[in-house]
Design a protein around this ligand. Structure first.
Ligand code: C5P
Length: 236
């Protein structure tokens, strides 16, 4: 298994408390390149949890999906840079000026290598949700592509998108654009609340730069074994 694949696996630390997160990070840090801290755990444990992830030697993906006026997002990204985050998310639907403020914040903080990715369409949304939210007859794929182009124009480094939209994003944005793909499940696993799901192997084949895996690892009876299965599937 190549070390590179490990650097492309992000484990979502969506667990109940600091100790559960610390135990997962302790056992998984040798296997994965990244841990993702989202709103649930950040609201509970915040900077302490982020420091623990960084101390493990892994990269920190701060997934707080910032969506606010440009001045506020500028401040939020400045704070994320101070936490030494290696990647963070903003909602593309916050608009071009908001995304540009996020990019300006990381540059002014001297953290131009920090990857900022835009959230396109959340993977749990169904076709019906999608139409009532976006009031459009466009397909999901067309909307994701339009949002992705907007993110790229505003200077973001990449997007979060379902693997189902990966091929079209790769075709239009080229090989260096970061595409982070959640909604990953092994073929024999439960989908939980995710709708647009694919296997790790399929996501890698279709050009995901990183895959995000949460419950298939964190809720497994043996998270290390589950993580190894995912890595093997990515490599297959
Ligand atoms: O447990 P599961 O593998 O479904 O977790 C997926 C993770 O990716 C969660 O932390 C979720 O918040 C996040 N995510 C997502 N869809 C997006 C963006 C982020 O599922 N579009």
């Amino acid at each position: 298994m190549t070390k590179d694949l490990r650097k492309r696996l992000i484990v979502a630390l969506d667990v109940s408390d600091y100790d559960a997160a610390a135990s997962l990070v302790g056992s998984l840090a040798p296997l994965v390149g990244w841990f993702k801290v989202g709103s649930v755990m950040f609201t509970r444990e915040g900077p302490k949890l982020c420091r623990m992830v960084k101390d493990s030697g892994a990269n920190l993906f701060l997934d707080l999906k910032f969506h606010d006026i440009p001045n506020t997002v500028f401040g939020a990204v400045t704070s994320a840079a101070a936490l030494d985050a290696d990647m963070l998310t903003v909602h593309i639907s916050g608009g071009e000026a908001m995304m540009a403020a996020a990019v300006r914040a990381k540059e002014e903080a001297g953290r131009s290598e920090m990857i900022i990715v835009g959230v396109t369409v959340l993977t749990h949304l169904t076709y019906e949700d999608f139409h009532s939210l976006f009031l459009t007859d466009r397909s999901t794929k067309e909307t994701v592509l339009a949002l992705t182009k907007l993110a790229s124009r505003a200077g973001l480094d990449g997007v979060v998108a379902s693997a189902r939209e990966l091929p079209v994003i790769r075709r239009h944005l080229g090989p260096d654009f970061t595409v982070v793909t959640p909604g990953i499940r092994m073929a024999d696993a439960a989908s939980d609340d995710q709708v647009r799901i694919v296997t790790p192997k399929q996501a890698i084949e279709d050009g995901a730069s990183h895959i995000v895996v949460g419950r298939p690892i964190t809720a497994a009876p043996d998270p290390v074994a589950a993580c190894q299965r995912i890595l093997e599937n990515m490599a297959s």
